[in-house]
Design a protein around this ligand. Structure first.
Ligand code: SF4
Ligand code: SF4
Length: 318
């Protein structure tokens, strides 16, 4: 039964207005084969469980401290006293030794306030649909729908296919937010159920693409051409990161590739880099590697936009 197909989800966000037309529900699937240096969802990367810690939800060892005794590996100790969120008293918070932690998640079960958590949730298609259906009237009024995102949703292909089939059967507009890094035949199989592909282009030079994301770009570019040839619609997204992929040569090469598949593109979105995801790396105890990168200036983004538009593309800064 398709409704019973299980997948690993890490979040479902309602009332989204950034991932396709109208008001949408975004379903974020866990696991991605890429490791983009600027990734602002590090919790989406691993296909497995993670131990995450959200300081804002922790009441501290004086009132709780249950995680310390729950960890049989001795991976949690108490840090130095630091002001609580209101700043009116000092509390000691847990410090996780990631070398000792084997992600057994005993501390997650012990934590009463969900300060410690595993972003991975196993859900059936039907369980996701129950959430999706709640906002049906907003989709109808706004021309919105459902966006299946990640991570890379094509990496959980059976679940994603079952989910988008169900969404289409119930009359919802469906967008698939993808890196494009999956076998072409899978894109062809899922294409009849996708109204819009949100499709990332990260670097046009394959060696640079591999340095920035961990994989080369040939499959991604080939799939973009194949989707357009088969009648699919693309909303291209170009995350522009100064010093990494937002130089004149790559901007022009990206625009030239877009003109090649222009007939299948609804819009090209130029996404200026931001470092908003950095705090999520802290939650997972991982380093954020782009601490020295600044957002591109408005003037820079406007110049890039002009170039895309001068080549006859419907482009916007998003
Ligand atoms: S996940 Fe397990 S090993 Fe890791 S800190 Fe929690 S209880 Fe300890
Ligand atoms: S169990 Fe949770 S709330 Fe209690 S001290 Fe540990 S992390 Fe904080």
């Amino acid at each position: 039964m398709d409704g019973e197909t299980k997948g690993n989800v890490y979040d479902i966000q309602k009332y989204s207005v950034h991932d396709g037309p109208g008001i949408r529900t975004d379903v974020f699937l866990k696991g991605c084969p890429l490791r983009c240096l600027w990734c602002h969802s590090p919790e989406s990367q691993s296909f497995d469980s993670d131990l995450a810690y959200m300081e804002i939800k922790c009441v501290g060892a004086e009132e709780c401290g249950l995680c310390v005794s729950a960890c049989s590996r001795g991976a949690i100790s108490l840090g130095e006293p630091k002001p609580d969120l209101k700043g009116d008293k000092e509390i000691r918070r847990p410090v996780i030794d990631r070398e000792k932690c084997d992600v057994c998640l005993e501390c997650v079960s012990a934590c009463p306030g969900r300060a410690l958590y595993d972003p991975k949730k196993s859900m059936t298609v039907e369980e996701v649909m129950r959430v999706v259906r709640q906002d049906k009237r907003y989709y109808e009024k706004s021309g919105g729908g459902v966006t299946v995102s990640g991570g890379e949703p094509m990496s959980q292909f059976d679940f994603t296919l079952a989910l988008v089939k169900r969404c289409k059967a119930e009359g919802f507009h469906v967008a698939l937010d993808t890196t494009g890094f999956a076998p072409e035949e899978r894109f062809m199989e899922i294409l009849p159920y996708i109204d819009l592909f949100l499709y990332d282009l990260k670097h046009m030079d394959s060696a640079m693409h591999e340095r920035l994301t961990g994989v080369p770009n040939e499959t991604i570019l080939k799939n973009a051409r194949a989707i357009v040839k088969a009648g699919g619609r693309l909303q291209v997204r170009y995350p522009m990161v100064p010093r990494l992929n937002a130089d004149d040569k790559n901007i022009r090469a990206t625009a030239e590739f877009c003109t090649e598949i222009k007939d299948g593109i609804d819009v090209v979105q130029l996404l200026p880099y931001h470092g908003f995801g950095a705090s999520k790396y802290d939650r997972l105890g991982r380093p954020y590697r782009l601490t020295n990168v600044q957002a591109p200036s408005d003037e820079f983004m406007k110049e890039a936009l002009k170039l895309f538009q001068s080549m006859g593309l419907n482009a916007m800064i998003h």
